[in-house]
Design a binder for this molecule. Structure first.
Ligand SMILES: CCCCC/C=C\C/C=C\C=C\CC(=O)SCCNC(=O)CCNC(=O)[C@H](O)C(C)(C)COP(=O)(O)OP(=O)(O)OC[C@H]1O[C@@H](n2cnc3c(N)ncnc32)[C@H](O)[C@@H]1OP(=O)(O)O
Length: 303
């Protein structure tokens, strides 16, 4: 009951994002720990914490959906709204995207959103996923992913939509698109994003094998730009940000658009068909069974 109303609330907000601003902490600012002036005030929502620094024009956006930052409908909605809010505020030129959950950047799709759900819910969920990807991939802001934990599947896609990726050097923090291992297929726009980042041959191999790369291999294949000790992820992300912000915004933004527009347009042209494909695929009995089995395996793995 509570979940159903939460989902309806999130869905309404996706259509009318400002609806979510009422009755939540989103849009409300509060002093950041140890902060004083306007530049140190933070805002956010239940699942996304935003720490803006007006002086530098950089905000740190933290995913906070424990235990593993699975991309629930609510988290997707709140991420889109928080990003939009920063984009509309001309004070900000860059965002560092990171996790507030220990050891996990983002576990990808929230499998409970597509297991045992009706087609209408799966469609609504997938549209929210498309929306987040389009918003991040085409964002006018510089986005740096400070990857401080495991980063499979949908988590990897969020990181790949950023302009630059810094990964903590921990063998448990693997990154990649592992969909095939769940018996599902990455949609074409995830595949395109992969190819745009690591090239065709490497993507062909990694996608079919469902490879999750440990840090050194992720660096070697070009999936991330830097691998650094865990306690240096944030500072390195800030240094990267400074490098990107040294470029005039208009030139960088137009260049980003030139590089990414064709890929995004491909999804924009076939958004409804992509949604229908997704829904008919995940609602198949055989796919539902393999998703259930995968979730069960994850639950049993514990302890
Ligand atoms: C022909 C047309 C084709 C059209 C397209 C069709 C399909 C496209 C489809 C999809 C694209 C999919 C992309 C995805 O993102 S799928 C999700 C893939 N994610 C994973 O495989 C990650 C799974 N999780 C993990 O490996 C680990 O949890 C992780 C390494 C992230 C963290 O490990 P840790 O040991 O810290 O935590 P756990 O004990 O494993 O988990 C805690 C808790 O969280 C639950 N959980 C984990 N991941 C998910 C998830 N993705 N969704 C929902 N719930 C998750 C886990 O079950 C535990 O729950 P509980 O036991 O505490 O109840």
């Amino acid at each position: 009951m509570a979940l159903a109303s939460g989902v309806r609330f999130a869905a309404r907000a996706l259509l009318r994002p400002w609806a979510l601003l009422r009755g939540t902490t989103l849009g409300r600012t509060e002093p950041a720990a140890g902060g004083g002036g306007d530049g140190a005030r933070r805002f956010g929502s239940q699942r996304v914490l935003v720490e803006p620094d007006a002086a530098s024009g950089v905000a740190v956006m933290k995913l906070r959906n424990p235990p593993v930052n699975a991309l629930s409908l609510e988290l997707l909605t709140e991420l889109v709204i928080s990003l939009e809010k920063l984009e509309n505020d001309k004070t900000f030129r860059g965002v560092i995207l990171t996790s507030d959950c220990p050891r996990v950047f983002c576990a990808g799709l929230d499998l409970t959103e597509i297991c045992g759900r009706n087609p209408a819910h799966c469609a609504e969920y997938w549209k929210a996923m498309q929306e987040l990807w389009l918003r991040t991939y085409l964002s006018s802001l510089v986005l740096v992913a400070a990857i401080n934990g495991a980063c499979p599947a949908g988590g990897c896609i969020i990181a790949l939509s950023c302009d630059c990726r810094v990964l903590a050097d921990n063998p448990k923090y693997r990154i990649g698109l592992n969909e095939t291992l769940l018996g599902i297929i990455a949609p074409f726009w995830l595949k395109d994003t992969y190819v745009n980042t690591i090239g065709h041959r490497a993507s062909e191999q990694a996608l079919q094998l469902g490879s999750l790369f440990p840090p050194a291999e992720a660096l070697q294949v070009g999936l991330v730009d830097q691998v650094v000790p865990e306690d240096q992820v944030q500072s390195t992300a800030l240094s990267e940000m400074a490098r990107w912000l040294a470029v005039p915004d208009h030139a960088r933004q137009l260049t980003k658009n030139m590089m990414r527009k064709a890929t995004a347009d491909r999804l924009l042209r076939q958004r409804d068909a992509d949604t229908q494909n997704f829904v008919s695929f995940v609602c198949r009995d055989s796919i539902q069974k393999s998703l259930q089995a995968y979730l069960e395996k994850l639950r049993q793995r514990k302890g």
